[in-house]
Design a protein around this ligand. Sequence first.
Ligand code: NAP
Length: 310
Amino acid sequence: MSKQVELGNSGLFVNPVGLGTNAVGGHNLYPNLDEQTGKDLVLTAIDQGMNFLDTAFIYGPERSEELVGEVVKASGRRQEVVIATKGAHKPEVGRRAYDNSPSFLRSQVEASLKRLQTDYIDLYYIHYPDEHTPKDEAVGALKELKDEGKIRAIGVSNFSPDQLKEANKDGYVDVFQGEYNLLNRSAEQDFFLYATEHGISFVPYFPLAAGLLAGKYTPDTTFDDLRKDKPDFQGAAFRENLKKVERLRPIAEAKGAEVAHVVLAWYLTRNAIDAIIPGAKKPSQVADNLKTLDVRLTEEEINEIDRLFS
Ligand SMILES: NC(=O)c1ccc[n+]([C@@H]2O[C@H](COP(=O)([O-])OP(=O)(O)OC[C@H]3O[C@@H](n4cnc5c(N)ncnc54)[C@H](OP(=O)(O)O)[C@@H]3O)[C@@H](O)[C@H]2O)c1
């Protein structure tokens, strides 16, 4: 088994390379993944020792949690797996309406427990901030759920730096999840120092920039999901991104690795980051992402990548 790392000071230990499951069950960004492939991704992850699974109410919606729960239960290895899930979206009013009130979060945790077919959630995140609830009160509700044994660690996601500070007033936050990758490094200024000073693990989402940083697309690659409408995947911006990614190829080739492994390994050299959750759409990608753990970057390479993407 590979080295396990602790998420914040939570007492939860995971393989540093986990699996993001927003494609499992069909996400709005990746609507074309069939359910059996989704389940195969999760099973491959568990079989290969990738024990950190990241899901959310809104993935599917509901379906990702249900499929993850089904596979974990059938594997008989619930105790070896750290399941992270998230809530805040109000189911009845569309994707962009959030509620962080204590009663809503409690009802969401109960509903996630059922979908995941488990009696505890290892890590529960408030997925997005709402406009009204004081953030320490929202996290206080999660602390009560933790004391009751329904969740084991507390996370927040997509909060501003000030909202994170407010959420962590009592020091209860174990993990922060935010967008971060080599093409978008603003989290370094916004969150990394606070996270390391307060024993919070920063878990980056979109670590491969939705595939852009995997080093396999060409200017002719086309997309049949929502990426076709994202500015980063269009025209001159897409070509420019691909050029930037090509700068990593000599480093990867010199190590006999793929660009994706070098990118993912570089994140694990950041102080604030203990674990990563790249997504996948094929079981082979899950297995492939674990090769990240074989990549050792020298100090020189770490600094070079920093410079290339500064
Ligand atoms: N908290 C939040 O609000 C939030 C938001 C977004 C995501 N997330 C979490 O973060 C996770 C990761 O984000 P993501 O899955 O959207 O994007 P990502 O990890 O940046 O990119 C995943 C995509 O990269 C490609 N890929 C993955 N491994 C590869 C490999 N070894 N070789 C080549 N290509 C590979 C696949 O796309 P193709 O096969 O199509 O090329 C895959 O779907 C999500 O699953 C979710 O759990 C959280």
